[in-house]
Design a protein around this ligand. Structure first.
Ligand code: 13P
Length: 250
């Protein structure tokens, strides 16, 4: 049975004072229950600060890390370092890191990062999803399968430290949420891919999150779908009523 999972991705936002106010509201307002796993993704300089303030039943996530162990890689941060400061999770392969012209991370780079992070005990929210032009040309499932295969080629049979986040790029930050039917269709295809290419056990146990304009107003309908096991939330995770999205596990 898959425990519902809600991740918040703060992206490149926030300050110590804003984080303190937000975390205090989460600590006070959110339910304490083992029926939902919650993780917030803070910018690197605030990871340890967030860990220190945040309720102990919620996890903290980074939003990126280096591909392997440390050394002469100016400006980079390793998964070893993330683990050392109490970071439980890292978001990898976010569409902004895949697609921003300054970054352009490849499928292979993201897969390499994922395997290394897991080897250091840092769990991974592995993000996949199609661009608008890919959806419009009927390539949605093929794109998601290509992104999954990049990881499948290097990770082996243990996916227990991975959750998959399906985030259609056209739905991110646009207010254009996928319909529950659109999301469910892709989530079902992802689970079928896992069953056919990894194992039935991994297909049954891996959480598949939806991300892209999730809000307190649309989360309940999405959460009803059998293959939607939670959310990865951007903008709405910077507000106190992120707690309403956490409560959509009910
Ligand atoms: P929004 O919820 O702001 O659309 O962002 C989604 C996202 O990119 C989460 O990683």
């Amino acid at each position: 049975d898959r425990v519902f999972f809600v991740g918040g991705n703060w992206k490149c936002n926030g300050s110590k004072s804003e984080i303190k106010t937000l975390v205090e509201s989460f600590n006070k307002d959110a339910p304490t229950t083992s029926d939902v796993e919650v993780v917030v993704g803070a910018p690197l300089p605030y990871l340890e600060y967030t860990r220190g303030l945040l309720r102990s039943d919620w996890g903290v996530s980074a939003q990126n890390c280096w591909i392997g162990k440390g050394g002469a890689y100016t400006g980079e941060v390793t998964a070893d370092m993330l683990a050392d400061v109490g970071t439980d999770w890292v978001i990898l392969g976010h569409s902004e890191r895949r697609n921003l012209p300054e970054l352009k991370e490849s499928d292979a780079t993201i897969a390499t990062k994922t395997v290394y992070a897991i080897s250091k005990g840092v769990s991974v929210m592995y993000c996949i999803g199609e661009l608008l032009e890919e959806r419009e040309s009927g390539q949605t499932i093929a794109v998601c399968e290509r992104q999954l295969k990049a990881l499948g080629d290097v990770i082996g049979s243990d996916w227990s430290k991975i959750v998959i986040a399906y985030e259609p790029v056209w739905a991110i930050g646009t207010g254009k949420v996928a319909t529950p039917e659109q999301a469910e269709e892709v989530h079902e295809a992802i689970r079928k891919w896992l069953a056919a290419n990894v194992s039935q056990q991994v297909a049954d146990s891996t959480r598949i999150l939806y991300g892209g304009s999730v809000s307190p107003a649309n989360c309940d309908e999405l959460a009803k779908k059998p293959n939607i096991d939670g959310f990865l939330v951007g903008g709405a995770s910077l507000k106190p009523d992120f707690v309403k999205i956490v409560e959509s596990y009910k």
